[in-house]
Write a protein that binds this ligand. Structure first.
Ligand SMILES: [Zn+2]
Length: 222
């Protein structure tokens, strides 16, 4: 999982950190025992697109790196410091699908108690490029909303954003699931395209989308 581990040492002076309550009612902060500066654990911002390529079909990418390897996500990734969220969404679409896209609008912002990532999801359209699975994925598929493989989506934010998208497009999740064919790993439908460029760097296995879609939530954090 992509939760960045809390620092053990002060990023300013290298002194050991210890949890201290700075303000009543707020969670304890990691404070340096040498220089007394607090090391605030900020959320991680993620920008994603529900990307329409032609007619009504949207892009799903199959993750080739942990966590949730083999599961499907929409294009997206971490926002760099100093970058706008919109720029990050455009950049990630280019890196992950080789597509130049235009953002249509904000779909939603997804965050979950106890989790590091805050996921901002836009709707977008292709303006140029040929779809290809790029960084961090080994296959793509173009699906109509009715064909979304709900049980095989990677993260809770993926499910929640696609659910909102379907609602907005007037397609109920019920219909979507009912219309879904039997698609299990190993027998991919025709629309799944394998990429010629599997991810080269499995070490960079950060999860940019956060929460896994399983019902159980991790309880071993912080
Ligand atoms: Zn310090």
């Amino acid at each position: 999982m992509a939760h960045s581990e809390p620092h053990r040492y002060c990023p300013y002076c290298g002194g050991p950190l210890e949890p201290r309550t700075l303000k009543p009612g707020e969670p304890p902060r990691l404070v340096c025992t040498v220089c007394n500066r607090a090391d605030y654990l900020d959320p991680k911002l993620v920008a994603c697109t529900i990307l329409r390529v032609d007619d009504e079909r949207i892009v799903l990418l199959r993750r080739s790196i942990p966590p949730q390897t083999g599961k499907w996500v929409m294009p997206g990734g971490y926002v760099d410091r100093g970058e706008t969220v919109e720029q990050a969404a455009l950049r990630e679409a280019l890196e992950e699908c080789r597509l130049e896209v235009r953002l249509r609008g904000l779909l939603g912002v997804y965050s979950y108690p106890g989790y590091t990532e805050v996921v901002v999801v836009y709707t977008a359209d292709r303006i140029a490029g040929e779809l290809e699975a790029g960084d961090e994925s080994d296959a793509f598929q173009l699906v109509h909303p009715e064909e979304i493989p709900w049980p095989d989506l990677a993260f809770q934010s993926t499910r929640d954003a696609l659910t909102d998208y379907c609602e907005r497009e007037g397609i109920s999740r019920q219909n979507s699931e009912g219309a879904r064919g039997e698609e299990r790993p190993g027998s991919f439908p025709d629309r799944v395209r394998m990429t010629r460029h599997p991810s080269k760097d499995p070490a960079q296995g950060a999860s940019a989308h956060g929460v896994e879609p399983t019902e159980h939530r991790r309880s071993d954090r912080e």
